[in-house]
Design a protein around this ligand. Structure first.
Ligand code: PLP
Length: 383
C-alpha cells in the first residue's frame, strides 16, 4: 500500500544529514562532554559546535543558547524559571501549546501568579494592542507562540515584542518557535524576544532534544538541580548525539527555505482541492498569516477520528487537533478558540506537509478523500 505522511507538525523524519552528524556520537565518540580527557573533549566540541550553529540561527551569543531534553522542557523552564514572586502577573494566549499553558495554570493553582489568557479572533490572530491592554504594573512574563501547531497561524511576534518593550523594558517576552523554526525568521534581535523555544524533532532533527534562547541578563533560575551543565540552568549529562543532530538540522534549514514556495503550492493544491470538491468543508485559521505546510480543515457532519482511521487504511497519516490532544474526547482548545462548535471542532483534520511531500502524494490524497467523506457522512448520526 502507498504510504503518505501528512503529519509533519506532529514530528518530522530525521534527515540523512542529521543521522550522519549524530552517528559518531552514538558510537565511537561516547565521552561525557564534562570529562577533561580527550574522549570528553571530543563530545564537548560537538556540543559547542551545535551551540554555535544555533546561535547563528538566532543571531545571539552562543552563551545564550541552552540545551534541554525537549521543547516541553524548554517551555517549562522559560515559565517556571522566571517566576519567583507571588505578586507576579503573566500574559499568554488561549491557543498556546499545553507545554506553555499547563505550567502557567499550575502556578495559578498554587496561588503563585495571576494570569491573563488572551483570546484570538476568528482567524486565530492576536494583536499587539490586545497584549498592550493586558499589561499590568506587576506583569513579569508574556508568552505568545510564533506559529500555532494545530492551525499554523503566525502571530506578529516582532510587533508584539516592540509593543511590550515600549510599555515596560523589564517584562520578559517568551515565544514558542517550535513550529515556526523551519519557515520563519528566528532572529531574536528582530523579534525582540528574551526567551525562545526550539524543538529537534519538528525540524528533521532527533526527538528528545530542545533548546532555549535566554537573553543575557534575564533573571532565570533552574527548575532541576544536581549538575553544573548548561551554566547550571539545565543540569544533567548532555545528550551529545541529539545535540549534534539538532545543530545539523538548524544548518539544513537554510537550504530548505528556498523551497518554501513549492511547499506552499502543494499545500494550496491540497486545501483548495478539498474545499472545492468536497461540500461543507472550511479552512480553520487565517489563510494569509499561516505556515506554508499547514491545512486544517473542518468536514461538517463527520467525526475527525473516523476520517483519520479511514485515511490510515489508505496509507495516509494525518492528525485530528494536535498529536497531544488526540486520544482525548475534549475538542481542541485551539479550534474552540476560533469560535467553532464542538461538532465542527470534532470534525477537523490537520494536514501538515513537509520537505518530502510530493505532488503525487497530494493527488492521491485528493483522489481518495471525497469517497471517504461521502461514505462516512452516509452512516454518520451527526447531521
Ligand atoms: N510547542 C509546540 C508549538 C509544539 O508543537 C510542540 C510539539 O508538538 C511542543 C511545544 C513540544 O515539543 P517537544 O515534543 O519537543 O516536547
Amino acid at each position: 500500500m502507498k504510504q503518505v505522511y501528512l503529519d509533519y507538525a506532529a514530528t518530522t523524519p530525521q534527515s540523512i544529514e542529521v543521522a550522519k552528524a549524530m552517528k559518531p556520537y552514538s558510537g565511537k565518540f561516547y565521552g561525557n562532554a564534562s570529562s577533561l580527557h580527550q574522549f570528553g573533549q571530543r563530545a564537548h566540541e560537538a556540543v559547542e559546535m551545535s551551540r554555535q550553529n544555533i546561535a547563528k540561527f538566532f543571531n545571539c551569543f552562543a552563551a545564550e543558547v541552552f540545551f534541554t531534553g525537549s521543547a516541553t522542557e524548554a517551555d517549562n523552564l522559560a515559565i517556571l524559571g522566571v517566576i519567583k514572586n507571588s505578586k507576579y502577573h503573566v500574559v499568554t494566549s488561549i491557543i498556546e501549546h499545553p507545554a506553555v499553558l499547563e505550567p502557567i495554570k499550575h502556578l495559578e493553582k498554587l496561588g503563585e501568579i495571576e494570569a491573563t489568557y488572551l483570546s484570538v479572533d476568528k482567524n486565530g490572530l492576536i494583536t499587539p494592542e490586545q497584549v498592550e491592554k493586558a499589561i499590568r504594573p506587576n506583569t513579569v512574563l508574556i508568552s505568545i507562540m510564533y506559529a500555532n501547531n494545530e492551525i499554523g497561524v503566525i502571530q506578529p511576534i516582532a510587533e508584539i515584542g516592540k509593543t511590550i518593550k515600549a510599555v515596560n523594558q523589564k517584562i520578559i517576552f517568551h515565544t514558542d518557535a517550535v513550529q515556526a523554526a523551519n519557515y520563519l525568521d528566528c532572529d531574536v534581535q528582530k523579534l525582540g524576544v528574551d526567551l525562545l523555544t526550539l524543538s529537534g524533532h519538528k525540524i528533521y532533527g532527533p526527538k528528545g532534544v530542545g533548546a532555549l534562547y535566554v537573553k543575557k541578563g534575564v533573571a532565570i533560575e533552574p527548575i532541576m538541580f544536581g549538575g553544573h551543565q548548561e551554566q547550571g540552568l539545565r543540569p544533567g549529562t548532555e545528550n551529545v548525539a541529539a545535540i549534534a543532530g539538532l545543530g545539523e538540522a538548524i544548518e539544513q534549514i537554510k537550504n530548505e527555505k528556498r523551497k518554501m514556495k513549492n511547499l506552499e503550492k502543494l499545500r494550496d493544491r491540497l486545501a483548495d482541492g478539498i474545499l472545492k470538491n468536497i461540500p461543507k468543508t472550511s479552512l480553520n485559521g487565517s489563510r494569509d498569516h499561516r505556515l506554508p505546510n499547514n491545512a486544517n480543515i473542518s468536514f461538517a457532519g463527520v467525526e475527525g477520528e473516523s476520517i483519520l482511521m479511514a485515511l490510515d487504511q489508505k496509507g495516509i497519516a494525518v492528525s485530528t487537533g494536535s498529536a497531544c490532544a488526540s486520544g482525548s474526547l475534549e475538542p481542541s482548545h485551539v479550534l474552540m478558540a476560533l469560535g467553532l462548535s464542538h461538532q465542527q471542532a470534532h470534525g477537523s483534520i490537520r494536514f501538515s506537509l513537509g520537505k518530502y511531500t510530493t505532488q503525487e502524494e497530494i493527488n492521491y490524497t485528493l483522489k481518495v478523500l471525497p469517497d471517504i467523506i461521502k461514505r462516512l457522512r452516509a452512516i454518520s448520526p451527526l447531521k
